[in-house]
Write a protein that binds this ligand. Structure first.
Ligand code: TYM
Length: 328
């Protein structure tokens, strides 16, 4: 029996933060290494054009994210690692899905509403149509599982809706995908525990390649809650709960174990321990990323060959789709 297909993408918009890691990439590596899935992981470069960018910087960001993927543990021998824009079938499938996508479904997307509130000078149609392209990315490969943070749930739901709609009108073509979450599907900002950690607010991010000094300084200045006890209470102590979740996300410890461990610690002791943990957890990542970034040609080769692999599957699917709807 063929293994179930799993796919996920990340936008090349800058350095990865610990939210990306604990919500998504850590899971990518574990799922890949379980050997239970046919894995596809891709650089969502077309999606990233919906935000302001510089064309020279974009090329660098694509290679940087490829280095991030590899440094974190994704392996081109085990997974197809590819670049979205190298596969024209993604855009073609999106065009085919637009006419079956109700405008209302797109208008109520929270990510769209957040983005247009945050980039008022650049409210573009790409932002509005984003979830349709994302549905195309997913449906293309017969995907059953999509490991993502919970900010992508609404988009995933649209992919399921579009799969059902298409199938009922044109016959069984797409699989309805399911999301996979880690125990930390939403890591919050270091500066504001009611807001998601996000690259668009870098001051609240802990980046995976931050130096140990930066990690320590950022955690020292991370907001805390009133009181002094290290206790997991997401209502009353949302900032400490967020830091505890980061700790547990890395070690896999139960909260009760961590509460015991830090029973007699001050906030500042706990933050120091977390800083040490994060710095040592990503020491190897920092080293690998640096050496991978020094060889951009090899990164491009990996992307090209992963894209060729994915393209074979995508070309077959887009042909099937066109036949089903009577285009060819
Ligand atoms: P992106 O690039 O914003 O984020 C990459 C992954 O990181 C997760 N994530 C988080 N998880 C926990 N806490 C956070 N603070 C946090 N911030 C980000 C995201 O949920 C995501 O899994 N739309 C996608 C890219 C995409 C995609 C796809 C994903 C395009 N097509 C098809 C899956 C399948 C995005 O913008 O991710």
């Amino acid at each position: 029996m063929a293994k179930p297909v799993l796919i996920s993408g990340v936008q090349p918009t800058g350095r990865l933060h610990i939210g990306n890691y604990l919500g998504a990439l850590k899971n990518f590596v574990e799922l890949q290494d379980s050997g239970k899935y046919q894995c596809y992981f891709f650089i969502a470069d077309l999606h990233s054009l919906t935000e302001e960018f510089d064309q020279k910087e974009k090329q660098r960001q694509i290679l940087e994210l490829t280095a991030d993927f590899l440094a974190v543990g994704l392996d081109p021998k085990k997974s197809a690692i590819f670049q979205q824009s190298r596969i024209s079938a993604h855009s073609e499938l999106a065009s085919i899905l637009y006419p079956i996508t109700p405008m209302g479904e797109l208008e109520r997307m929270t990510q769209y509403k957040d983005k247009i509130a945050n980039q008022k000078e650049n409210i573009n149609a790409g932002l509005f149509n984003y979830p349709v392209l994302m549905a195309a990315d997913i449906l293309m490969y017969g995907t059953q599982f999509v490991p993502v943070g919970d900010d992508q749930d609404q988009h995933l739901e649209l992919a399921r809706t579009l799969a059902r709609k298409f199938n009922s009108r044109f016959g069984k073509t797409f699989v309805e995908p399911k999301g996979l979450h880690t125990p930390t599907p939403r890591v919050m900002s270091l500066k504001n525990p009611t807001k998601k950690m996000s690259k668009s607010q870098p001051e609240g991010c802990l980046f995976l390649d931050d130096s140990p000094e930066d990690i320590s300084a950022k955690l020292k200045s991370a907001v805390t809650d009133s009181g002094s006890e290290i206790k997991y209470d997401s209502d009353k102590k949302p900032a400490i709960a967020n830091l505890l979740e980061m700790y547990a996300g890395i070690t896999g410890d139960e909260m009760s174990k961590l509460e015991k461990k830090f029973k007699n610690s001050s906030y500042s002791d706990f933050k120091n321990s977390l800083a040490e943990l994060v710095a040592s957890r990503f020491a190897d990542f920092r080293k690998k990323k640096k050496s991978l970034m020094a060889d951009p040609v090899s990164l491009t080769v990996i992307l090209k060959s992963g894209s060729e692999r994915a393209n074979k599957v995508a070309e077959k699917k887009i042909k099937e789709v066109k036949e089903k709807i009577g285009l060819i």
